[in-house]
Structures are given as structure tokens and as C-alpha cells.
Design a protein around this ligand. Structure first.
Ligand SMILES: NC(=O)c1ccc[n+]([C@@H]2O[C@H](COP(=O)([O-])OP(=O)(O)OC[C@H]3O[C@@H](n4cnc5c(N)ncnc54)[C@H](OP(=O)(O)O)[C@@H]3O)[C@@H](O)[C@H]2O)c1
Length: 221
């Protein structure tokens, strides 16, 4: 597949490298192609491409959204709605409130969100771009564990949701190849609790500097 990654931060670069390792063609989109970490990524991933948000969205048959939460709508706008229409967009973002210095704001280890518990960022994005096929995924684990995580208990669970069943199948297949069990939690509204999982995942990190975990759903069939 051709994968367009909208976002050049840690998540964008980690997922871009993962897709390359899985044999896909990848372009990372950014507003600043010359930024140091991206230039370094390109030097370490010779076959990987970089471009503008619009170029990456145009390139990708499947897209990944990995921008800061407050910049997600803007990045999709720069990508251009014609380049999003009909495409699966894996949404890894979280609606984290950031202070002026760029650091996330947290209360006793709980990240502050700019959404409430009866709404989610992904619903806002789906509403703004109704022809795109958003699937929430990868938002509830640190980037170090996104590709082929190794836990003694086995494969962890990635909770996903979205309005398009085929899009969720596509993303479940990608998650399987990346070492995850995908668990479909429903329609776009389920992004409310899935986005909140990021707050839960980060709490032990902020409180005890413990960042090496992932969620697992145990089930009786
Ligand atoms: N870090 C993690 O381990 C982790 C884990 C799970 C989920 N997430 C979520 O994944 C997303 C990406 O996280 P990250 O840590 O990789 O990077 P980040 O620092 O949160 O975001 C960097 C990206 O956001 C873009 N951006 C910033 N402001 C923008 C604006 N106003 N308009 C358009 N784009 C803008 C940047 O664009 P340029 O390329 O132009 O600079 C860059 O591509 C976040 O929503 C985060 O909550 C992060």
C-alpha cells in the first residue's frame, strides 16, 4: 500500500518506519520538511519520502493522522479534503491541552483534554470531513510500543472504533501485522472512551515515571 503520514513527530516517524519495514511505500507530511528530526529520519530510511501535508495526503491510499490534537483539523485542512475523501485515516491523535510552552497540562497525573466526556476529537474530525473513513487506533500506547511490542503476557490489545466496517477491517489487519490484537469498540462515538485511555495510560508515567505498559482485554469467548 501507499501510506501517507500526516505528522512528523515521534508517532509519525515511528509508524512511518514500521510501514516501511512491512514493505509499504511511505511519505511523511509536514509543514516544515527541513526540520532536524525529519531530515535524520530520511537519512536513516532512504526509501521513505517526505513532503507537505497535501503531498502526503495525495500520495497515500491509506493515511495516518499523527499531529498534535489541537492541530489535527488544521493539518487535515492543509491536506485538502479531496485528498481525504474515501480514504481510511488511522487517527492516533489525542485532544491534549498544551501550555504555551508546548508541554501537556495534567492534574495529579491526569492529562487535561479540550474535549468533554460526551464528545471526542475523532468525532469532530469525522464531522468536518464526512467523506473520510476515520478509525481511531494507536492513541492509547506510547510510540515505543506501537510496532511489534514485546510483553511477557503476549500480544496487547489496541482498541479501535469508527463508522466504516471495511475501514476497521483494514486497520485491524495492519494492527495484526504490527503485533496487536485489535478490538472493535464501535462507531465514532467510542472514540470518547478510547481517547480517554491515553489519560489512563499516561497517569503511571506522570506519577511514577512508569511508561512501559499496554492494555489487554481478557475475554471469555
Ligand atoms: N508521543 C506518543 O508516544 C504518542 C502516543 C500515542 C498517541 N500520541 C498522539 O499522537 C499525536 C502525535 O504525537 P507526537 O508526539 O508524535 O507529536 P506532536 O508533537 O504531538 O505533534 C507533532 C505534529 O503536529 C503537527 N502540528 C503541530 N501544530 C500544528 C498545527 N497548528 N497545524 C498543523 N499541524 C500541526 C506538527 O507539524 P510539523 O510537522 O509541521 O511540525 C507535527 O507534524 C498527538 O495527538 C499525540 O497525543 C502520541
Amino acid at each position: 500500500m501507499k501510506i501517507g503520514i500526516l505528522g512528523s513527530g515521534d508517532v509519525g516517524r515511528v509508524l512511518a518506519s514500521a510501514f516501511l519495514k512491512e514493505g509499504h511505500d511511505v511519505m511523511i507530511g509536514t509543514r516544515e520538511i527541513g526540520k532536524e528530526k525529519l531530515v535524520q529520519w530520511k537519512s536513516e530510511n532512504a526509501e521513505g519520502m517526505t513532503g507537505s501535508f497535501e503531498e502526503a495526503a495525495n500520495f497515500g491510499e491509506t493515511l495516518v493522522l499523527a499531529t498534535v490534537g489541537s492541530g489535527a483539523l488544521s493539518a487535515l485542512g492543509l491536506a485538502g479534503k479531496d485528498h481525504l475523501s474515501g480514504k481510511v485515516i488511522i487517527d492516533a491523535t489525542n485532544p491534549i491541552v498544551q501550555a504555551d510552552n508546548g508541554f501537556p497540562q495534567a492534574d495529579h497525573g491526569v492529562l487535561r483534554y479540550f474535549t468533554t466526556s460526551n464528545e471526542s476529537l475523532m468525532e469532530q474530525l469525522q464531522h468536518a470531513f464526512p467523506d473520510a473513513r476515520f478509525v481511531k487506533a494507536f492513541n492509547s500506547v506510547g510510540n515505543a510500543f506501537m510496532y511489534k511490542p514485546s510483553f511477557p503476557e503476549g500480544r496487547p490489545t489496541m482498541f479501535i472504533c469508527g463508522n466504516d466496517a471495511l475501514a476497521k477491517e483494514t486497520v485491524s489487519g495492519i494492527l495484526g501485522a504490527f503485533g496487536w490484537d485489535a478490538e472493535d469498540m464501535g462507531m465514532a462515538e467510542s472514540a470518547r472512551p478510547i481517547e480517554a485511555l491515553c489519560q489512563l495510560w499516561c497517569a503511571p508515567g506522570f506519577l511514577r515515571n512508569q511508561w512501559t505498559h499496554a492494555f489487554k482485554l481478557y475475554k471469555i469467548k
